[in-house]
Design a protein. Structure first.
Ligand SMILES: Cc1cc2nc3c(=O)[nH]c(=O)nc-3n(C[C@H](O)[C@H](O)[C@H](O)COP(=O)(O)OP(=O)(O)OC[C@H]3O[C@@H](n4cnc5c(N)ncnc54)[C@H](O)[C@@H]3O)c2cc1C
Length: 472
């Protein structure tokens, strides 16, 4: 493949994944990234007040994220991920419920701990079991234009169960509310993440002292070793198009780069711009959208926000658990990040609000105050602690909105413009907008260039699950 060259626009996980797989196959790639660092939405920034390197938001993976884990392995950073097999659910009264697998085979491995939940009555637990059975017996690929709240309706879920169980899992996994999320992807979360394999649900978090951006450091050497390069702080302006093929990529400084293959690994709105240059710059370009159906509906995709709230307390024991889902709080998840890395004292907690439409217009101070109120209510020792510093990160365009019918807007990797591959979490990766979806799309794009399938096997379904379930 030495006479093949490829330009990848976008150095997020989709672009990194494509670049790594191509570099390993000996293809020289040039990654064009507008920011000063790799990682896109799954990266870190320097807090201007403390100098600390913070992740824009806690990023969580699960064992079922086989492609992301494969990428981490190729980058040699797999050991930087810490695995958690205990999940803590805390309702308004502060009593902790633990979800943990026991020795039963999947899909029964979590049943005993769920049945032990104090926050649900027996009737509510039976309702969850009823719906869980139906989830397992459903072929999600036949479910298209329905939201998950409607899908659950025949299984008569009490309001408390909808809010304190289904919503808690789905809003954080899919970044959409139950009555807006495509049922197909909500079903996928439970089928592939919780039911098919006894380890699939385990939660991976970058370990202490490992900001997300560090995970991508090895990519540079890997890419260089095959004659490629990463150009940071470098913006792509427009694709040049001759009516059939992409012939070049025009950069912000006026330079045009040429290659045999082009992979777009930017979000859909950016791709829309790359396919629509300013009038007069490249006369052939207006035809790109008409030439390729993959580019014709980019402006119809909508987004959903996420808010991350970093809080630094002067005391170290505000929260003793490593993380918790707060089932009756606007602050949906709380992560214990340990002592302040700069001073080595106190405690850094990180709160997350997904599908945060009703919160994004509130001020950072207001959101931090709300988070402290919630934390103090659930962990009363916080009342004795002083909040030293906070940093609120609002990602208004965090992910595309995975609503019913949104699949029709997610384009495939390849299309009429044969030397342009599309990647990104918003393309038809078969996953919600996640790091795993981004890496899958990057592998597919690299596979299309190489002419082979680079997919990685899914986690194995247990024998019992294979026997009971409809869609494996
Ligand atoms: C707050 C938040 C929390 C999240 N939490 C989780 C989580 O817990 N678990 C999970 O799996 N996922 C999570 N996600 C989703 C995850 O971050 C994304 O799905 C994934 O990172 C998307 O990767 P990508 O490569 O497709 O896109 P991006 O990360 O958006 O990468 C695109 C890159 O293209 C660059 N770019 C754009 N335009 C140009 C241009 N013209 N020229 C050059 N470069 C350009 C951008 O700078 C960016 O680096 C979260 C996202 C957010 C925002």
């Amino acid at each position: 493949m030495a006479d093949t060259s490829c330009i990848i626009v976008g150095g997020g996980l989709a672009g990194i994944a494509a670049a790594v797989r191509l570099a390993e196959a000996g293809v020289p790639v040039t990654v064009i990234e507008t920011r000063q660092r790799l990682g896109g939405r799954a990266t870190s920034f320097t807090d201007p007040t403390t100098g600390d390197t913070l992740d824009n938001c806690q990023h969580v993976l699960m064992r079922c994220c086989t492609h992301l884990l494969d990428l981490y392995r190729r980058l040699g950073v797999e050991d930087c991920i810490e695995w958690h097999d205990r999940f803590y659910f805390i309702p308004a009264d502060g009593r902790v419920d633990l979800m943990q697998a026991d020795s039963l085979p999947a899909p029964a491995h979590l049943a005993r701990s769920l049945l032990g939940f104090k926050q649900f009555s027996l009737r509510e637990k039976l309702a969850i079991s009823r719906a869980m059975w139906a989830i397992m017996r459903c072929d999600r690929h036949t479910v298209t234009d329905q939201n998950f709240a409607d899908w659950l309706r025949p299984y008569r879920q009490p309001q408390r169960v909808l809010e304190m169980f289904w919503s808690v899992v789905i809003v954080s996994a899919c970044n959409e509310q139950l009555d807006r999320v495509s049922a197909r992807y909500a079903l996928q979360v439970f089928q592939d993440g919780f039911l098919r394999n006894r380890h699939a649900h385990e939660m991976g978090l970058p370990g202490p002292g490992v900001p997300l951006v560090k995970l991508y450091d090895p990519a540079e050497n890997l890419i260089k070793s095959s004659g490629g390069a990463i150009q940071l702080s470098c913006s792509a302006e427009a694709f040049e198009f001759d009516g059939q093929r992409v012939t070049g990529l025009r950069l912000g400084d006026g330079q045009t780069l040429q290659a045999e293959w082009f992979i777009s690994a930017v979000p859909f709105d950016r791709l829309d711009k790359l396919a629509t240059p300013a009038p007069g710059i490249a006369p052939g370009n207006p035809g790109m959208r008409q030439a390729d159906a993959r580019l014709s509906r980019l402006d119809e995709i909508t987004v959903s926000p996420i808010i991350g709230i970093h809080l630094y307390f002067d005391l170290s024991g505000v929260m003793t658990l490593p993380h918790a889902a707060l089932t009756q709080s606007p602050l949906q998840w709380l992560f214990n990040k340990g002592p302040d890395p700069v001073t080595g004292k106190g405690q850094h907690l990180h709160g997350v609000i997904s599908a945060a439409r009703e919160f994004v217009d509130r001020s950072a101070e207001d959101l931090a105050r709300m988070a402290v109120t919630e934390i103090t209510r659930l962990f009363p020792v916080a009342g004795k602690a002083k909040l030293l510093h906070h940093r609120v990160v609002k990602e208004k365009r965090a992910t595309f909105a995975i609503t019913p019918g949104s699949d029709k807007l997610r384009p495939p990797t390849t299309g009429t413009i044969a030397n342009l591959m599309l990647a990104g979490d918003w393309t038809d990766s078969g996953w919600p907008a996640t790091m795993e979806g981004a890496v899958r799309s990057g592998y597919r794009a690299a596979g299309a260039v190489l002419g082979r399938d680079l997919a990685v096997p899914e986690v194995a379904a247990s024998r019992l699950y294979r026997w009971l379930a409809i869609s494996i």
